[in-house]
Write a protein that binds this ligand. Structure first.
Ligand code: RIB
Ligand code: CA
Length: 314
């Protein structure tokens, strides 16, 4: 499966990227970043350091994208979860790889054209880059096979407001544009990511039984999760685990059987205070004007976690 990753690394983005790199059936053709957990430029630097950690230095092009949402400015970065540097305050070795010297929409479109009809777009951050690319290239959506995005919540509580998830809340206008585009989109939201628990015990076990060639990557994950899990404890009062956001989206992309889904007419609320960024689904016979988006509502968490860990053991 060929994938393109748009992300904001990010501790959980980094784990998702490592998982994809280590899956023999996945080929990453490009990575782009937007502001979110860190600035887009710092996220690109983090992505390139992750590539180096996994033995892919310079082998996958990385491009920095939007430094602000479509409307307004950025708030403070969530350093209590992702650290000041985005990788849980773990300093990864520097890389000689440089980000692509081109506009991110041109980069995303070029990759979509190179692999037209076969590229799965994985969105792990705000959808600003997606929206900008759709605006510049009206035929972009038609070149993408499907989109799997970590974002939103239908029934679970939000994580940046009572009803809003961070990736959607960070740029609601962009998310609504991306959801109304003419492509198949699956949203892996808090309904499934918050009930899939990454535990310290599981990570400790993985450290002991991982493939020796992947030990550096697993050691990084273990260290970065110390800060990330502490942030989760502050945010959610979870003691020994964190929710599995971006890595679960990546697992769903390679194995959709781990989730149960429902397609629903969907819009994103772009007004309000507490509801700005809320996913609105309409189940009525005569719904509002909106496209069908596939929402993950239930998950076989153990199976998903086993798939995640297997990539680091094989
Ligand atoms: O709400 C979780 C999402 O917000 C994840 O993608 C995480 O990396 C942050 O961007
Ligand atoms: Ca992310």
């Amino acid at each position: 499966m060929k994938i393109f990753i748009d992300c904001d690394p990010g501790v959980d983005d980094s784990i998702a990227i490592l998982f994809a790199l280590f899956r023999k059936d996945v080929e990453i053709v490009g990575i782009s970043t937007s502001v979110g957990n860190v600035s887009a430029s710092k996220g690109a630097e983090n992505a390139m350091r992750i590539l180096k950690l996994a033995g892919y230095e310079g082998k996958i092009p990385v491009c920095a994208g939007a430094e602000k949402p479509l409307r307004g400015e950025c708030e403070d970065f969530p350093t209590f979860i992702h650290g000041v540097n985005g990788t849980g305050n773990v300093e990864l070795p520097a890389t000689s790889q440089r980000p692509m010297d081109m506009d991110v929409s041109d980069f995303m479109y070029q990759k979509a054209c190179d692999h037209a009809g076969e590229l799965v777009l994985i969105s792990l951050g705000r959808m600003t880059n997606l929206a900008n690319t759709l605006a510049r290239y009206p035929d972009y959506a038609g070149k993408i096979k499907r989109v799997v995005a970590m974002g939103g919540t239908v029934y679970a509580s939000g994580n940046v407001s009572p009803v809003v998830e961070a990736n959607i809340g960070g740029d609601p206008e962009a998310a609504d544009i991306a959801m109304q585009a003419d492509w198949d989109m699956t949203l892996v939201g808090l309904d499934v990511t918050t009930v899939t628990h990454l535990t310290r015990a599981d990570v400790d076990k993985l450290l002991r039984c991982c493939n020796p060639a992947k030990k550096d990557a697993v050691s990084f994950i273990s260290k970065a999760l110390q800060h990330y899990m502490n942030g989760s404890r502050i945010q959610n009062y979870t003691m020994e685990y964190s929710p599995l956001h971006d890595p679960l989206a990546m697992v769903v992309a390679v194995d959709p059987s781990v989730v149960t889904t429902r397609k629903m007419v969907t819009r994103v609320e772009c007004g309000g205070t507490y509801c700005r960024g809320k996913i609105v689904v309409d189940l009525r016979e005569q719904p509002i004007k909106g496209r069908f988006v596939e929402h993950c509502l239930e998950v076989n968490s153990r199976k998903a976690l086993n798939e995640l860990f297997a990539a680091f053991q094989n």
